[in-house]
Each structure stands twice: as C-alpha cells, then as structure tokens.
Design a protein around this ligand. Structure first.
Ligand SMILES: [Zn+2]
Length: 159
C-alpha cells in the first residue's frame, strides 16, 4: 500500500506524506522564530522552544506572545535586547545579559519584549517610556545637571 502523492492537513498546513526513507521531506519545516530546519510537526526548534517554555513562577506566560517577542529580537544568529540592542545570553542565568521576557507596560500580559536580565531588573515596574525618562534624568544628573523629579511619577509602581 502506497500513500505517496496523497496529502493531509496537520495544524492548518497541507503536507504531502513523505516517501519512505525521504529524510528531507520529513524534516522540511522551519522554526517560526529562527528558521532552523525542524520536524514537520514542530513549530519551533529545540533552542527557541526552550526559551518560549521557560517557567516564570510569577506569571502565566502566553506562548504566542513570547514567540512574537523572540521573532522581533532575532538578528539572524542570536537574540538582541529590545532596550539596548546587546546580544543576549541564552543559558547562563548569572550573566547580566541573560535573555528575559519583559512586559513593556507592567502587567500588560500581551505586550512582551526580550530584554537583558540586568536591564529588566532596573526597569522593574516602569513602562518603557518611564524607564527611558528615568535613565535620562539619571544620566543628566550624573553629568552634573539636575535630576528632573517629575520623571518619578510612575503610573505602574507597586510595592
Ligand atoms: Zn528556532
């Protein structure tokens, strides 16, 4: 019995059944984030899947939001921080450049970006706009100018 030439639908994709022994036909799908070659039934490669499925005990992350964040951060060979552009570290948690998922606006579960762990920690409960304003006020003060205290009216701050 041969099934070659027939097609079926898997997760919304029409795929033709691979001929027996045709490895390339079996593996011709590509990762939604990095375009690496993956199994026909997979959506993400192992590298990207590990990042999307990372456990965050404080929140209930959405895989689609994380996938979109990773797609935007992908530079062709690795991931870059939304706030600084630095290349991110994917495995070593102790590295300041460790890849983290950040809520651009605190507690807006769907507005997710990828950011270096140290910058994510600094940003804390600030929106992106507030974070940039505070950093600029700090830089201005560090250069001998005045720290504009109005930037500390933080709409999302919670303690
Ligand atoms: Zn991938």
């Amino acid at each position: 019995m041969s099934s070659s030439g027939r097609s079926r639908t898997i997760w919304g994709r029409v795929v033709s059944r691979p001929k027996k022994g045709d490895e390339r036909a079996i593996r011709r799908n590509t990762c939604q984030v990095c375009n690496a070659e993956i199994h026909i039934l997979a959506k993400l490669c192992k590298r990207c899947k590990r990042l999307v499925d990372r456990v965050d005990p404080r929140r209930n992350p959405d895989r689609a939001d994380r996938t979109r964040a990773l797609q935007r951060a992908w530079d062709g060979t690795g991931f870059r921080c939304h706030y600084s552009g630095v290349r991110l570290e994917e495995t070593n948690r102790g590295d300041p450049r460790y890849l983290t998922f950040d809520h651009r606006t605190p507690r807006d579960e769907h507005d997710v970006v990828v950011a270096a762990g140290c910058l994510n920690d600094m940003k804390s409960d600030m929106s992106e706009e507030e974070f940039r304003a505070v950093v600029q006020a700090f830089a201005s003060h560090s250069a001998g100018g005045k720290f504009d205290e109005r930037v500390l009216r933080l709409a999302h701050w919670k303690r």
